[in-house]
Design a protein around this ligand. Structure first.
Ligand code: NAD
Length: 294
């Protein structure tokens, strides 16, 4: 049994913390929202008065927060209070630069740290099947791996500090671009009088095959579990897709990478969000594309 502090008990953090409790760990939790603390308590998390109190006796500290500024401010608060040699794991999706700053805050205090963002959404968090993409030293990763296991389907050590965040935003840039590509193909098929099922049957076994088509099809019918079948209830909200595409663009600008399709995808999702669809599933962009091509 390990004592684990868990800070950020929202849609993702709460089910992740619950799986750590189920695995037999003592989990000391904190969140700013009282209703999230109530859920965490029901899952067996010991609620602490604030973040520094949560980390005081912890061997491992996990953060699952909205963005880089939250992670850095929490790290500044908790690093001085952490046990000597404790391991910090940040599983939030944040920009690579903030992730590297977070590593530096931990290192200055002699703490181990990894960035370990996840893919798999709230369903994967509840089922304990998240994919973790980890960045950090071999030593920190070796300590982190058994802690992550009860929450994970797959754990990949991607490289040094920030490599996990780099993998996450590259993956989600592929996802945003491919979803728009699949949605455009269905809109074109509609105009050409080709049925959704016919396009699906051909493309899903041809060179157009991809996850956005075969697992997350943006039209109702061909993939019964995709959000298109429940009026685009998320799933993965368009607001989060826009956040990740913006992070990819920031990283592209900072590193000099040329990503014209990533830039276009970010713009299209910004328009879709601005039309009041931030809470809809990101595959709902097909409705925006239909409207944009009347
Ligand atoms: P969320 O908004 O539900 O949870 C974030 C929690 O952090 C909230 O409960 C909030 O009160 C808490 N918080 C904010 N500042 C805090 C502070 N200073 N101290 C303590 N608690 C604080 O968000 P989420 O959906 O759980 O996502 C968390 C992270 O995981 C984000 O970075 C997101 O991009 C990423 N992510 C989300 C999904 C998803 O499907 N929801 C999938 C993969 C990755």
């Amino acid at each position: 049994m390990t004592t684990i502090a868990f800070i950020g008990l929202g849609n993702m953090g709460n089910p992740m913390a619950a799986n750590l409790v189920k695995a037999g760990h003592a989990v000391h939790g904190f969140d700013l929202m009282p209703e999230n603390l109530t859920v965490a308590r029901e899952h067996g998390v010991v609620i602490m008065a604030n973040a520094p109190a949560a980390v005081k006796d912890a061997d491992v500290v996990i953060t699952m927060l909205p963005a880089g500024k939250h992670v850095l401010s929490v790290y500044e608060d908790i690093a001085p209070k952490a046990k000597k040699g404790a391991l910090f794991i940040d599983s939030s999706t944040i920009d690579v630069e903030s992730a590297r700053k977070a590593h530096a805050i931990a290192a200055k205090r002699g703490l181990l740290s990894i960035d370990a963002p996840v893919s798999g959404g709230t369903g994967g968090a509840a089922a304990g099947t998240l994919t973790f993409m980890a960045g950090g030293s071999d030593g920190a990763f070796a300590v982190a791996e058994p802690i992550l296991k009860p929450m994970a389907g797959r754990i990949v050590h991607c490289g040094g500090d920030g490599a996990g965040q780099a993998a996450k935003i590259c993956n989600n840039m592929i996802l945003g671009i491919s979803m728009i590509g699949v949605a455009e193909a269905f809109v074109l098929a509609e105009k050409l009088g080709l049925s959704h099922q016919a396009l699906f049957d051909v493309a899903s076994t041809s060179s157009g095959q991809c996850w956005s088509l075969t697992t997350y099809c943006p039209v109702p019918g061909p993939v019964p579990n995709s959000p298109a079948n429940r009026d685009y209830k998320p799933g993965f909200a368009a607001a989060l897709m826009l956040k990740d595409l913006k992070l990819a663009q920031e990283a592209a600008q900072g590193s000099g990478a040329v990503t014209p399709l990533g830039a276009e995808a970010a713009q299209l999702y910004a328009l879709f969000n601005a039309q009041g669809h931030a809470g809809a599933d990101f595959s709902g962009i097909i409705n925006f594309l239909r409207g944009a091509n009347p």
